[in-house]
Ligand binder design. Sequence first.
Ligand code: NAD
Ligand code: TYD
Length: 373
Amino acid sequence: MNYKKSIVITGGAGFIGNHVVRLFVNKYPEYKIICLDKLTYAGNLENLKDLEDKPNYKFVRMDICDFEGFLKLMQDEQVDGIIHLAAESHVDRSIKDPFTFARTNVMGTLSLLQAAKTYWESLPEKFEGKRFYHISTDEVYGALKMDTPEGRKDEISAHEVYGSAFFTEDTKYQPHSPYSASKASSDHFVRAFHDTYGMPTIVTNCSNNYGPYQFPEKLIPLFINNIRHRKPLPVYGKGKNVRDWLYVEDHARAIDTIFHRGKIAETYNIGGFNEWKNIDIIKVVIKTVDRLLGRPEGTDLDLITYVTDRLGHDARYAIDSRKLKNELGWEPSLQFEEGIEKTVRWYLDHQEWMDRITSGEYEKYYEEMYKGR
Ligand code: NAD
Ligand code: TYD
């Protein structure tokens, strides 16, 4: 079949990536979707099981640092779009092992950019109709102050806000963790490829995502699983840090909108105007798990265990996503209460998925699935 577009989605076996791959494969049968992933500890092909037989879907196991391999893939598949999500993504791991973050997030992104440039410049139409879309995080902006009375509602937010400032597209980059420093660096390289070579790039910076298929080292899935097993819930510091939470499928919809209608060389912030103090979100998760497991509500509040704070723990993230709303009409579709209920339900209904991860069993899946291919 002659596809209208050939698109590589990197990091497609990870948390956000699988939702993006699923949306594109199902919504655009006229596109060939190539999911490229190294399958690190965070990549899990079980997340994409429902897509394996789709004719417009292909999985390629590759490291984004493999310049030659990626250039060949671009040529073989005549790739005209790249949606780049592959990254090391966990702040706590970056504190222990910053080198891996620089290698994948910085060098890997640069390698993709250089390969895409090499291939596209070799074509008669060059960059015409091409897109390099880089997915980044709000953490590059650093931390916001909590300088208003806690829990003040704001005119642009349906929920509580914990400070007067928000991250906008013009906020100065001020990353604090090795993770956010590596993402900031990769964002700069992407923009530099536009400014220097005219590459058609777009960068988006999104707030914390939650939803199905998130690796259980991150707050929400880790805590749901611990509550289920009545294990302690390690709350860093006093639990007062604020994050802005967005349901992962809403992020995937934003990526679809921006990939198709976003302006080249622009940056868009993506967020839900949905700020929560960690301790408050933890209480909501506990109550939801208790209710769904038939335990008296609040039973598991005793699992909350305050532990030593994360080094350099950013106080508050809060995204102003009005540009995306005003220019492209995107808005989150789910209220937080609905999203968290769906999320908790999903993890409780997919206990085998969780158990295969926590036992390490999931890493055998790729080897079995692709044996002899
Ligand atoms: P994740 O850790 O769940 O998944 C990352 C994926 O990248 C995994 O499948 C992994 O195997 C793959 N990968 C890692 N190193 C690779 C390499 N060298 N080559 C090829 N593949 C590699 O991450 P996520 O939470 O899905 O985040 C995806 C992207 O979105 C990241 O770029 C992250 O910075 C960004 N982001 C995440 C959030 C969030 O809340 N999770 C918020 C904003 C932005
Ligand atoms: P996390 O899910 O790691 O995302 P990020 O660091 O990218 O925001 O953490 C979300 C918040 O929860 C963050 O403020 C750190 C905190 N946290 C805990 O208190 N305990 C935990 O065990 C984890 C994983 C996170």
